[in-house]
Design a protein around this ligand. Structure first.
Ligand code: DAH
Length: 329
């Protein structure tokens, strides 16, 4: 018995030292297993208890239980200390300097041209129109011929453009989308086509070689000029407010009759779009019988709408990406 008690004492001293020296949770777990586990040192001592006389066993057992609880206490205590030290170390290492200058990325927002297009699309969506799109690099056929503008026709001069080596061109208007849409969609159709267009124009306050248009096309049975007038007027009054709108006779090769539309804005008449009844020659070219189908088309310049609405005096402001300007919208 003396010998076993001696073992227990030695174990206590050894364990206390080892626990005190442990610096991590995993070290402590290893110690716990080595001391108190099934094959641990305490079990080894207790195993030897079987050789003691019966009367002495409870005494040694009691002593062993006290030691076990003691070691458990030491382990838990040390674990708390180790964790606290790790946390303190981490806090010290990760300290934040809340006064350091930061990199601030301000949130962006829509460009006024894009929001103008979205507004126009919104109004026409409300009237039952869908959006259709076409390519910016076009063939002569879609940009001109199919729109009743044959080669050598003087109307081509109105829209001088940029040509590619292979004879294709940068579209001068969104009207070719009318043709492309009709090629794959039998009437009735109601579509608008927003997009970028190009003209060989010198830059000034009202001209840019790249600008945006929205095309409108409706084909159905029984459509006449009153539908065109009603639709265009409804759209303009929704966009600009309840302003007077007037239609002036005009000419476009792909519509007959054709009109230009003005709105009275701040006391003067402003021309805002072109429109007309789709020319029977265009319908026939698309394989549609003009006795059965009729329709109207319209085209507008987005920059113009945007500038009028926001009182912008120079088209170049829309392209120079000056944040002092853009942040006002
Ligand atoms: N494409 C014409 C232009 O760019 C605008 C236009 C006029 C479109 C009348 C139309 C229309 O659809 O009916 O000058």
């Amino acid at each position: 018995m003396e010998q076993l008690n001696g073992h227990l004492e030695a174990l206590e001293a050894e364990a206390a030292a080892a626990i005190g020296a442990a610096t991590s949770a995993s070290d402590l777990e290893d110690l716990r297993v080595g001391l108190l586990g099934k094959k641990g040192k305490l079990s080894a001592v207790l195993g030897a208890m079987g050789r003691l006389p019966g009367a002495e066993r409870p005494l040694v057992g009691q002593r062993a239980n006290v030691l076990k609880e003691q070691l458990q206490g030491l382990l838990a205590q040390r674990l708390g200390a180790v964790k606290a030290a790790a946390m303190a170390e981490r806090i010290a290492r990760e300290s934040l300097d809340v006064t350091a200058p930061c990199s601030y990325v301000p949130p962006g927002h829509r460009h006024p041209l894009i929001s103008t297009i979205e507004e126009i699309v919104d109004v026409f969506s409300g009237l039952g129109y869908r959006v259709s799109e076409g390519p910016e690099i076009e063939s002569d056929y879609y940009n001109f011929t199919a729109l009743n503008i044959p080669e050598h026709h003087p109307a081509r001069d109105m829209q001088d453009t940029f040509y590619l080596q292979d004879g294709r061109l940068l579209r001068t208007h969104t009207s070719p989308v009318q043709i492309r849409h009709l090629e794959t969609n039998p009437p009735p159709v109601r579509v608008i086509a927003p997009g970028r267009v190009y003209r060989r124009d010198a830059v000034d306050a009202t001209h840019s070689p790249v600008f945006h248009q929205v095309e409108v096309l409706a084909i159905d049975e029984g459509l006449d000029f009153s539908h065109l007038r009603g639709t265009v007027t409804a759209f303009l009054q929704r966009f600009f407010g309840d302003l007077p709108v007037r239609f002036r006779a005009s000419y476009f090769p792909f519509t007959e009759p054709s009109a230009e539309v003005d709105v009275q804005w701040r006391g003067r008449w402003l021309e805002v779009m072109g429109c007309g009844m789709v020319d029977p020659a265009v319908l026939t070219g698309m394989g549609l019988d003009p006795e059965r189908w009729s329709g109207f088309a319209a085209g507008l310049g987005v920059e113009r709408f945007c500038m009028v609405r926001h009182g912008i005096d120079d088209i170049r402001r829309l392209y120079t990406s000056d944040l002092r300007f853009l942040e006002q919208f």
